[in-house]
Each structure stands twice: as structure tokens, then as C-alpha cells.
Design a binder for this molecule. Structure first.
Ligand SMILES: *Cc1c(COP(=O)(O)O)cnc(C)c1O
Length: 453
């Protein structure tokens, strides 16, 4: 049975989480399916940031470190994030960037391996992991004479051998939205004596995570995606309390010192996760991040992450169903797993490179205009241009380039259940259908490459 716009409106009317959308002012005429890349601004953020700037910075100045608890902010916001990822109070700090935090935890994990099992000289990760994760791991491997081994997801299990010290994975793949079973993978790694480092960039605030139950070793994650913390928001870091006090992290700055205001010449790491702080933190950004984290915590009264997850799966199921019903015949395939347990909060459509361009109905661009400009992404799949045409219609998704091999160009749509509804899903597929049926995406303006895709 096909799903109609009216059905979708009925789903919205019955949605117990629909009130959470009022925490945001989504621009009129926009269906925002990119909360996996930059979350929507919380409506509370401008006033909070203004207060931080005019009152705390402008008037109270240096007294704010004590008066407004600035010094405790990374831990305070970290404790809030901890509630979303199955960590305890005092186990998370909001600080630095995901890349920098990954450097810190991976260094600490390497130190553990070098101390406990120096014969293990490999780090295993996924070839399609987010590049910064791979670059950080590669740099550390060069520094420590280790080897970075990249595998496809189906080969992770067989790659966990006696040579491996660390398994570094992103829980939900940024390209495909495929999700690992964190508890099962961690148990498999531990059974072989291997530590696990998890990147929660596409998990925190998007899917339920239980680091404690999974017995994970290290985790990092992002503040500006599903946590709605604003562009460049501080990221977060968690270390299993069993490991935290065993080693220094390498960026041993004064904010990680046991007594920073003793100003001693020698370094004494603070107990617990505080030692994962380095230097002075961005207070204005932390204030905005707290607003964002609060928008997710606001769901706690309606069932929290479990309820958000139920809605997220319903949204992505509906999107997949409508795309398959209404957009067939345009060379689009599903890159995201259908299996709920293997799906994050996004849907990615794969577009093969090659001659899928349908004949252009309506007005044709000038002869040669499209090919002369070329299409970005290392191919001519049209995925980039389709996303651009959707953006012009107010449906904001994004494009991720394929590698010309098994990883195809991808149209990526993130569904943040806090502010996306079922009617949004219906209209986004309607726009996609119109863009494809009309061939509108072939217009030259949609084939010009921007710096950020
Ligand atoms: C978004 C993302 C990052 C971002 O790292 P930054 O340091 O914030 O630029 C890192 N890793 C993964 C897996 C991501 O999805």
C-alpha cells in the first residue's frame, strides 16, 4: 500500500516527540536533512551566547571563571553528553576537536599497547572511515613505527589477529550510515587482546550508545552534528575509568594538570578525564554547545534516546520506501543497510558512475555546457548535481564523493528526529522525484563545484 502525504501528516500528528521541534527556528521553506553534518541552531542559542558575551565576558570579565563556572564548563557539558552515550558523571569532557581528541586517545591506547603487549604493532580500521581518523592514525603509526591496516567492514572479524593492538572504528559510517554492533565488536576485539577506540561523530544524539555496557576502551565524538552545538563546537572525549589514570595523554597542558593554579614547573596529571583537557577552552562555543546538548536531553521526558531512535528508524524507513516507490528507474541504489540494527540516522543513496542521465525534459542547457564544466567527485554520476538541485529547492542534503572503485558517489540525507517530521520526508522525496523526472539537475548551475560539498 502506498503512503500518501495525508498518511505522513497523520504520523506527525500522532508523534509524541513532535513538540521538540519548537526548540529550533528552522528557516522557512527548508527541509534540513544535514543535521549529521551541522545541526540546526537551537532557538535558545542566540540569547545564551549574547548573555555570555555581554554579561559574562563584557561585564564580569575575569571573575566569570569563578562566578559563572567557566573553568568547570568542559566537565559540566561533558556530564550532559555522558547521559547520551552510556557514560558516568565525571567520565566525559567537552573539549578540543574530534581530530585532536582522537590523537589523544589513540596515543594513550598506543602507550597501553606498548606497555602491555609490545609485540602488537598494528592498528586496524575501516578503509571508508572518515579521513581525519585515518590521517591521525597514520601520523601516529609513522611516529611509533606501527602499521595501519585498513579493511572492509566484512573483514574486520578476520583482521583481529595477535599482531593487532588497537581496533579504531567509527560507530556509524559517515558515508553509508552503516552502524556497527559496538558491544559485539568490542567483545570480539577484547577476546583477541585488542583495545577499541570508537568515534561517535554520527552516533551521539543520533542513536542509543552504551559505552559502559559495551566495555569500550576509548571514545571521541563531535559537538556540531547531532548535538547541535554550532559550527566548530567543542568535541568530546571519554576513556574507560579502568584506563584513565594509567597514562598521560600527550597534549599535557595546564588544563589537564592536577593543580593548574599551583603553577608548578612539573606536570602532574589530574585524576580522571580532566587530564584529557589541554589548554584554555572556548567559553562562547561551550555555551552554544550546552544549548545544543540540552535540545537532545529535552527528549528525556518522552523516552530519551530510545524514543528518538524509534522515530529516527520510522523516518528513514519511510524515506527508503518512498524513494523506492516513487524514484525508480533513475540509477539510484540504497547504500544504507535496511536492517535496523545496522542503520544509523541517515540514508545514503548510491549513484553509479556512468550514463544514467535521463533525457532532459523541458529546457535544455546550452550544448556542451554540462560536460564543459565537468562534474566533481571524480566521476559523472550526477550525484553532486542532484544534491545541488535539491538544495536549490530547499531540501538540504549533501554529497560525498566515491573513490571510483567499490565506493560510489553518494547522496546523503540525515534525519534528526528532534526536528524532522514525516511530512518533511514526503516532500523531500517529492522534490527528489521532480528533480530526477525533469532532468533539472543537468542544468549548468547545479554542476559547478563548491569548496564544501
Ligand atoms: C565529522 C567527523 C569528524 C570531524 O572531525 P573534526 O576534528 O571536527 O573536523 C571526525 N570523525 C568523524 C568520523 C566524523 O564524522
Amino acid at each position: 500500500m502506498t503512503t500518501t502525504l495525508q498518511d505522513c501528516q497523520a504520523l506527525d500528528a500522532a508523534d509524541p516527540l513532535r513538540g521538540l521541534r519548537s526548540q529550533f527556528n528552522i528557516p522557512a521553506g527548508t527541509i534540513y536533512l544535514d543535521g549529521n553534518s551541522l545541526g540546526v541552531m537551537p532557538a535558545s542559542a542566540p540569547a545564551r551566547v549574547a548573555e555570555m558575551v555581554t554579561q559574562e565576558w563584557g561585564t564580569d570579565l575575569i571573575q566569570s571563571w569563578n562566578k559563572h563556572g567557566w573553568f568547570q564548563m568542559p566537565g559540566k557539558v561533558g556530564d550532559k553528553i555522558a547521559r547520551l552515550i552510556g557514560a558516568g558523571p565525571g567520565e566525559v569532557v567537552a573539549t578540543d576537536s574530534t581530530s585532536v581528541n582522537l590523537f589523544k586517545v589513540l596515543s594513550a591506547a598506543l602507550k597501553m599497547v606498548q606497555t602491555d603487549a609490545p609485540q602488537r604493532r598494528r592498528i586496524v580500521s575501516e578503509r571508508s572511515n572518515f579521513p581525519t581518523d585515518l590521517y591521525i592514525a597514520e601520523a601516529l603509526c609513522r611516529q611509533h613505527g606501527m602499521e595501519l591496516v585498513l579493511v572492509e567492514p566484512e573483514d574486520i572479524a578476520v583482521s583481529l589477529t595477535a599482531e593487532v593492538g588497537i581496533l579504531m572504528l567509527t560507530h556509524v559510517n559517515y558515508r553509508t550510515g552503516a552502524m556497527h554492533d559496538m558491544a559485539a565488536v568490542t567483545a570480539a576485539a577484547h577476546a583477541e587482546g585488542i583495545l577499541t577506540v570508537w568515534d561517535l561523530a554520527h552516533s551521539a544524539g543520533a542513536v542509543p550508545v552504551d559505552l559502559t555496557r559495551a566495555k569500550a576502551d576509548f571514545a571521541v565524538g563531535c559537538g556540531y552534528k547531532y548535538l547541535n552545538g554550532g559550527p566548530g563546537a567543542p568535541a568530546f572525549v571519554w576513556v574507560n575509568p579502568l584506563h584513565t589514570d594509567r597514562f598521560w595523554q600527550p597534549l599535557a597542558g595546564w588544563w589537564g594538570h592536577a593543580a593548574p593554579f599551583a603553577f608548578t614547573p612539573d606536570y602532574q596529571p589530574a585524576p580522571g578525564i580532566t587530564r584529557y583537557q589541554c589548554g584554555t577552552q572556548p567559553m562562547i562555543s561551550l555555551a552554544a554547545l550546552e544549548c545544543g546538548v540540552d535540545t537532545v536531553l529535552a527528549a528525556e521526558a518522552q523516552g530519551g534516546m530510545a524514543a528518538l531512535r524509534t522515530k529516527s528508524l520510522a523516518l528513514t524507513d519511510l524515506f527508503i520506501q518512498l524513494v523506492e516507490e516513487r524514484c525508480a528507474g533513475h540509477g539510484l541504489g540504497l547504500a544504507t543497510p535496511r536492517e535496523h540494527a545496522q542503520r544509523g540516522s541517515q540514508v545514503c543513496l548510491r549513484r553509479e558512475h556512468g550514463p544514467h542521465a535521463p533525457p532532459l525534459r523541458g529546457s535544455l542547457p546550452p550544448e556542451g555546457a554540462v560536460t564543459a564544466l565537468g562534474r566533481p567527485g571524480g566521476g559523472d554520476s550526477g550525484a553532486y548535481a542532484i544534491v545541488q538541485a535539491l538544495i536549490a529547492r530547499g531540501v538540504i542534503g549533501d554529497f560525498r564523493a566515491g573513490d571510483g572503485g567499490i565506493h560510489k558517489d553518494i547522496l546523503r540525507f540525515g534525519f534528526t528526529p528532534l526536528y524532522i517530521g514525516f511530512e518533511d520526508v514526503w516532500y523531500s522525496v517529492e522534490h527528489l522525484k521532480q528533480v530526477l523526472d525533469s532532468g533539472e539537475w543537468q542544468r549548468p548551475e547545479f554542476n559547478r563545484k563548491h569548496a564544501v560539498t
